[in-house]
Ligand binder design. Structure first.
Ligand code: ADP
Ligand code: MG
Length: 225
């Protein structure tokens, strides 16, 4: 079995804005091994979210190759990209992105709908995941009835629903106070250790970066250790 989860080879990404070119990534080389917890650090606007989107199949590079478990990603259609993400990638965002009309349990179960998981199986797994993130007694609460930290824990449980090969978290503590941030960092650490989660966390926060096994810095469109 291939020991690398993700590889980026000479990744370039240039955005085109009304006739202007904005080169964001300029030759990124990167490897994420299975079971690794890596932090991606960089100033605001340095391209962290852009790189996560490329690695997770949400967007495609201008040039260069992304490999998933050794094989080049070939996501020609939106459908192919959606299937890849659904099977392999869990996303966690700064603003949680929970659906307001669904309760915690229903939010966590959402990713299972694109899989061929039975409702009963999905329910069981969603309950187990919400317990794991410490929300066993909040399963029937809607996002508006939960604190920011609790909403992010729901979002983390949702990211794990399809048992993804990789979890990509984009500023997961960016909206949280420092106490709540510590809770989320501890949770990510626990999941990494107990479930051997492969985790890439973009952050401009030193505290989050300090929790990772390795830190990559995005500067001038390139990575340095
Ligand atoms: P970070 O996550 O490190 O703050 P981003 O990847 O969000 O950085 O953005 C990097 C640069 O690319 C910024 O200058 C941003 O304005 C620009 N950018 C990001 N997404 C787009 C887009 N879809 N179209 C045009 N420019 C973008
Ligand atoms: Mg960002």
């Amino acid at each position: 079995m291939n020991n690398t989860a993700l590889q980026a080879e000479e990744i370039y990404k240039t955005y085109h804005l009304g006739g202007c070119e904005l080169p964001v990534l300029r030759g990124v080389n990167f490897e994420l091994k299975r079971g690794e917890f890596v932090a991606l650090q960089g100033a605001s606007g340095s391209g962290k979210s852009t790189l996560l989107q490329l690695l997770g199949g949400l967007d495609r590079p201008t040039s260069g190759t992304i490999r998933f478990q050794g094989e080049p990603l070939r996501l020609q259609t939106a459908q192919q990209a959606a299937v890849f993400r659904g099977n392999n990638v869990g996303f966690v965002f700064q603003a949680y992105h929970l659906l307001p009309d669904l309760d915690a349990l229903e939010n966590v179960m959402l990713p299972a709908q694109v899989q061929r998981t039975s409702q009963a199986e999905a329910l069981l797994r969603a309950r187990e995941l919400l317990s794991t993130v410490g929300l066993a007694d909040r399963m029937e609460n809607r996002p508006s009835e939960l604190s920011g930290g609790e909403q992010q824990r729901v979002a983390i449980a949702r990211a794990l629903m399809n048992d993804p090969e990789i979890v990509l978290a984009d500023e997961p503590t960016g909206n949280l106070d420092s106490n709540t941030e510590a809770v989320i960092i501890d949770l990510l650490n626990k999941l990494h250790q107990e479930r051997n989660l492969t985790l890439l966390v973009a952050t401009h926060d030193e505290v989050v970066a300090a929790a990772a096994q390795r830190v990559e810095h995005l500067i001038d469109g390139k990575l340095t250790d």
